[in-house]
Design a protein around this ligand. Structure first.
Ligand code: NDP
Length: 288
């Protein structure tokens, strides 16, 4: 019987732990700030969900909304103001932003301590160097699922399909980190014999956006399969993994929805709490 790795359960346990710690905290209140540019519908929903979960954790949150017509200078000023505001501990610039604006340049203004999305060059550099900092929420969420279900990673073979700086690459870096200690392969659209490469994995993580690409031919007996991909097919959300097809072979699988998605938002809360402790008490974030 396959184990369903339930991201909602793990997220709720994680947020409850943080809420309990925040409730007895004597310092100033924790504050997460989001910046939303334009009126993209899904982005509005994502931001609302982030604020709801921040509230559940007992945090304050602010949402700064700029019009789609905002200039780069307006966006940069907004990020800089939040960066210099001691009452704000975490900053998240919601993507996508209008194509005329430069996301990289705006996000580079987020100081590393407040970079709760883990997307700045400084945060990624720290991750690569093994220095304290914030890891990107989706790969961190995958690591937390593995840890929650006591899935051994040390010495195990992990294959990550996808090499983006948002998901695949930081995922691979996290998995090989000392203390996690997996032996990691990164696969991508140019990988030859992809199914055979994936079939080597004790832990297979799919982050491509190719609906149900991972079928039974990709999965070794008793492997753990983590589905990060999100696609919309016939008005339904589907992942990279054909859950039914791999369930007979894998020992554990994340559902989509209900797996890695909730963990991404949960880890935003974890990173915001870590950011707060870093800025107010000098405790550096400890990812592993
Ligand atoms: P990107 O498009 O930036 O990267 C996709 C990666 O998948 C690329 O490295 C690409 O290879 C690889 N890829 C694409 N097609 C194939 C294929 N046929 N075979 C092997 N590799 C392939 O996407 P992101 O990394 O930003 O996101 C990945 C998925 O995760 C998306 O579906 C996204 O919606 C989802 N997502 C889910 C989140 C969650 O909370 N669950 C959060 C964030 C994203 P190459 O580099 O060669 O082009």
């Amino acid at each position: 019987m396959v184990l369903r790795l339930d991201g909602v359960v793990v997220r709720d346990a994680m947020v409850a732990r943080i809420a309990a710690a925040a409730a007895v905290n004597k310092g100033p209140r924790v504050c997460l700030a989001t910046v939303l540019v334009g009126d993209d519908g899904p982005s509005q929903i994502y931001v609302r969900n982030k604020h709801k979960l921040a509230e559940t954790a007992g945090f304050d949150s602010r949402n700064v909304v700029l019009p789609a017509s905002a200039s780069q200078a307006q966006l940069d000023d907004c990020i800089s103001d939040l960066a210099h505001d001691p009452g704000v501990h975490g900053i998240l610039l919601q993507s996508p932003i209008p194509s005329e604006l430069d996301f990289e340049s705006a996000v580079s203004l987020v100081p590393v301590e407040k970079d709760v999305d883990g997307l700045t060059v400084a945060s990624l550099g720290r991750l690569v160097r093994g220095l304290p900092g914030h890891a990107s929420c989706t790969p961190l969420g995958v690591l937390r699922i593995l840890q929650h279900y006591n899935i051994a990673t040390s010495g195990k073979r992990a294959v990550v399909i996808g090499r983006s700086t948002l998901v695949g690459l930081p995922m691979a870096i996290l998995l090989q980190r000392k203390g996690v200690d997996a032996t990691v392969t990164i696969a991508h659209s140019r990988t030859q014999d992809l199914a055979q490469v994936c079939k080597q994995a004790d832990i297979l993580i799919a982050a491509t956006g190719m609906p149900r690409m991972v079928n039974s031919s990709f999965v070794k007996d008793s492997a753990v399969v983590i589905d990060v991909g999100i696609s919309r097919v016939d008005e339904r959300i589907v992942g990279d993994v054909d859950y039914e097809a791999v369930s007979g072979i894998a020992s554990a699988v994340t559902p989509m929805p209900g797996g890695t998605g909730p963990m991404t938002v949960g880890c935003l809360i974890e990173n915001t709490w870590a950011a707060y402790l870093w800025q107010t008490q000098g405790h550096e974030p400890d990812i592993v």
